[in-house]
Ligand binder design. Structure first.
Ligand code: IDP
Ligand code: MG
Length: 151
């Protein structure tokens, strides 16, 4: 099954939005298969955001991500990568649709609550930055059949 890397950023943790974010992804039908809480070290931030190194907003992004604890997670489900991008909404919360996490819960691009992989290739690259293989947990959810059985 498809997997994506998702991370609640320090503003989300500090605002008490961890449960709200997880609730939305769980209700969508996605399965949480790995999670931790902690500060990212510099190497993890540089690896995670390597495509943005050198951009004008990078120093601010780096200090924001390292300013407090994050909640890195892996979520699993059919089309997990594009589905989660839809659920989180546009990068700039002012442009994110209502009903999305960023559209409902944030105001600033620089404080947009959540990260999610933008492609399956990004997910494959990002997951091992934050999790060892043994930290990803396989299990059945009671609604697996109801969610995935197609007629
Ligand atoms: P994404 O998070 O929707 O994938 P990216 O373009 O990959 O968006 O940017 C990564 C993160 O960098 C954003 O979520 C945001 O926190 C930050 N960022 C991107 N562009 C800007 C900007 O113009 N100003 C401030 N922060 C930015
Ligand atoms: Mg991105």
């Amino acid at each position: 099954m498809d997997r994506t890397f998702v991370m609640i950023k320090p503003d989300g943790v500090e605002r008490g939005l961890v449960g709200e974010v997880i609730r939305r992804l769980e209700k969508k039908g996605l399965k949480l298969v790995a999670m931790k809480l902690g500060r990212l070290d510099e190497k993890a931030v540089m690896d995670q955001y390597r495509e943005h190194i050198g951009k004008p907003f990078f120093p601010g992004l780096k200090s924001y991500i390292m300013s407090g604890p994050c909640v890195p997670m892996v979520w699993e489900g059919k089309n997990a990568v594009p589905v989660v991008r839809k659920v989180i909404g546009a990068t700039n919360p002012a442009e994110a649709n209502p009903g999305t996490i960023r559209g409902d819960l944030a105001l600033e691009t620089g404080k947009n609550v959540i990260h999610a992989s933008d492609s399956p290739e990004s997910a494959v690259r990002e997951i091992p930055i934050h999790f060892r293989p043994g930290e990803i947990v396989e299990y059945r959810r009671a609604d697996d059949r109801a969610l995935y059985e197609t007629l």
